[in-house]
Design a protein. Sequence first.
Length: 147
Amino acid sequence: MATGALSSFGTLIKMGDGGTPTETFTTIAEVRDISGPAFALGTEEVTNHDSAGWREYVPTLLEAGEVSFDLNFKGDATQGFAAGSVYSAMTGKTKKNFTITLPSGVGSSNDVISFAGYVTGFEISAPVEGVLSASLTIMITGAPSIA
């Protein structure tokens, strides 16, 4: 029996408008399944003739990878094709600020992941039997903040 498991229902992804001095974040509507960030530490092999017969590695750069998610496509101001949407961020090659807010109960101080990123994928799906949807991918650039 699982104990301490938390529901992911209610997780929100928000995109900033780039405003200064105060940036406003708007929830991207009707997000479904979310994957990422995918944190990783790069390594470089340094095995040499003095090694003890085992490969040796040193750590190099950290990366936060990508965030990908599906949504019910409504074509509204944030998820559609209008200025300020995720699509216009991609076509404009614009770095945007994003937050992922995990549902309450995850932790008193570790429930918001903030990051800058580029929208690198935007794919619409219109099945004969199904709902109009879209799949998005955001490549995180730089260090995310977890607070």
